[in-house]
Design a protein around this ligand. Sequence first.
Ligand SMILES: [Zn+2]
Length: 76
Amino acid sequence: MTDKNSSRPFVVTMSDGSTVPGMSDQNGARWSCPCGREVTVESDGFDVTGGKRIDCSDCGRRYFQQPTGDVFEMEG
Ligand SMILES: [Zn+2]
């Protein structure tokens, strides 16, 4: 159930309601930002209250990862 070597798919929910497939494995969670950049929680994310913020350095989209692992794009 918590095998560190297994990869786990998850879904990134964008602010317009569309979804982007993500993958989580021992190297971290990542997905392809709509701008084309691969966003990685380990290199782009930082801890905030209640979860993690992940900012795309290319387009400025801001994401939030909940403790459950679910990710959504922050509006605004
Ligand atoms: Zn981006």
